[in-house]
Design a protein around this ligand. Structure first.
Ligand SMILES: Cc1cc2nc3c(=O)[nH]c(=O)nc-3n(C[C@H](O)[C@H](O)[C@H](O)COP(=O)(O)OP(=O)(O)OC[C@H]3O[C@@H](n4cnc5c(N)ncnc54)[C@H](O)[C@@H]3O)c2cc1C
Length: 380
């Protein structure tokens, strides 16, 4: 454990990150054993603050986690996908690819256009209702180990550290949150996950992870330009033939449209700016009409894992597991990972409950394996 003297709190399970993975894990833990003490740390000022909103979500995860969710009047899945369009863009025109030519996995029938931030806020309400303690505004800054090298918790960041790293007059060490198991649901390329993958060699014999950058904006558009449930994907212009990526446009409720652009980060052109390409994309005649007279109300960018199944690291290490996008569970052609985040969080929770029930703790949840494992089978 670190030499700094810290105040500590003990839990059965410590979860890092209140994204779909962390929240699903916390709910599943309490569903299976209400007596467990479970804490979720979230570095955003509130749950959902760091979640890049508009998304099309496959409800398979939520269906398994909360089978009765449709009876909850406050659920956030208000906009079923009504129309799926795939466009190839050229500099001046566009061509729609007939849906029957698209791979079935890209069909969005049965999915929902949602704000993922709202989904997280809603899940957090369920978790807290079950007794999960959620601490927003606290980043897990350090992994804590015991003398055997097993993970026993995390520490929040120290306060009052000077620029040169020395302890200033207001220095206060971060808090230690100790758990019998620690689940890492930091999302893509989290700082703790990176350390754990390195320390325990979790990516050994796996393909390297690949990443893209995703930029997203949420717009309020004129009612006549809004078609709730319309989902549009495009590829081609403004990217050249050597640069991978594409766009998405999701019509949510309340005249809102989420528009985004993903560029694979192996692009060769040193002058290419994914942000500029995104802005150019919105000027295309097939796209710009949607935004005429509209207003951009929020925006953001974040990484997305693109390595696929072969890049998923070993999921377990002594004392915990990687869940959701910490493990890279995005299905790239579907541009979806939130359902796998929920499923992997549930799967981890089920193994943790089994291990705790057997009196275990801070060991390796050996039975946990990448998709294909029993019980809550993950779906790609
Ligand atoms: C541009 C783009 C578009 C996407 N579109 C879709 C889509 O349409 N449908 C879909 O299903 N998926 C989509 N995805 C993927 C989806 O966003 C992820 O698969 C999903 O959010 C992963 O959930 P998660 O819980 O693993 O991580 P996240 O959702 O990233 O949540 C991680 C949480 O952990 C917090 N956190 C991180 N580090 C720490 C720390 N050290 N301490 C405390 N808290 C921490 C973060 O603030 C965040 O709240 C998209 C991704 C991108 C980038």
């Amino acid at each position: 454990m670190s030499e700094v003297e810290r105040e500590s709190m003990e839990f059965d399970v410590v979860i890092v990150g209140a994204g779909p993975a962390g929240l699903a894990a916390s709910i599943r833990l309490k569903q299976l054993n209400p007596e467990l003490s479970v804490v979720v740390l979230e570095k955003g000022g509130e749950v959902g603050a760091h979640i890049l909103s508009g998304a099309v979500v496959d409800p398979i995860g939520i269906d398994r986690l909360l089978p009765e969710w449709r009876d909850d009047p406050d659920h956030p899945f208000k906009t079923p996908v009504t129309d799926d369009q795939f466009l190839v863009l050229g500099p001046a025109g566009s061509m729609r690819i007939p849906n029957f030519l698209m791979p079935p996995l890209m069909n969005n029938h049965g999915n929902y256009a949602v704000s993922l931030g709202n989904v997280c806020r809603w899940l957090a309400g369920y978790a807290e209702g079950l007794g999960v303690e959620i601490y927003p505004g606290f980043a897990a800054a350090e992994v804590l180990y015991n003398d055997d090298g097993a993970v026993i918790g995390v520490a929040t960041g120290d306060m009052g550290v000077e620029r040169d790293g020395s302890h200033g007059p207001n220095y206060q060490p971060g808090m230690a949150l100790l758990g019998k198991y620690v689940l890492i649901g930091e999302g893509v390329r989290g700082s703790l996950a990176k350390q754990l993958i390195e320390k325990f060699g979790l990516s050994k014999d796996r393909e390297p992870q690949k990443f893209g950058i995703g930029l997203k904006e949420l717009w309020e558009v004129k009612p006549e330009n809004h078609r709730p449930g319309l989902v549009q994907h495009s590829f081609g212009w403004p990217l050249d033939m050597k640069t991978g990526g594409g766009s998405f446009l999701y019509h949510l409720e309340n005249n809102q449209v989420a528009v985004g652009f993903v560029v694979h980060l192996n692009y060769k052109n040193p002058f290419l700016s994914p942000f500029q390409e995104f802005q150019r994309f919105k000027t295309h005649p097939a796209i710009s009409k949607t935004f005429e007279g509209g207003k951009r109300i929020s925006y953001g960018a974040r990484a997305i894992t693109e390595g696929g199944y072969q890049s998923v690291p070993k999921l377990v290490f002594p004392g915990g597991a990687l869940i959701g996008c910490s493990a890279g569970f995005v299905n790239v052609p579907r541009i979806k990972g939130s359902h796998n985040a929920v499923l992997s969080g549930m799967l981890a929770a089920e193994h943790v409950v089994e291990a705790l029930g057997a009196g275990r703790g801070n060991d390796t949840l050996e039975a946990m394996r990448p998709p294909g494992a029993p019980r809550t089978s993950a779906r790609t």
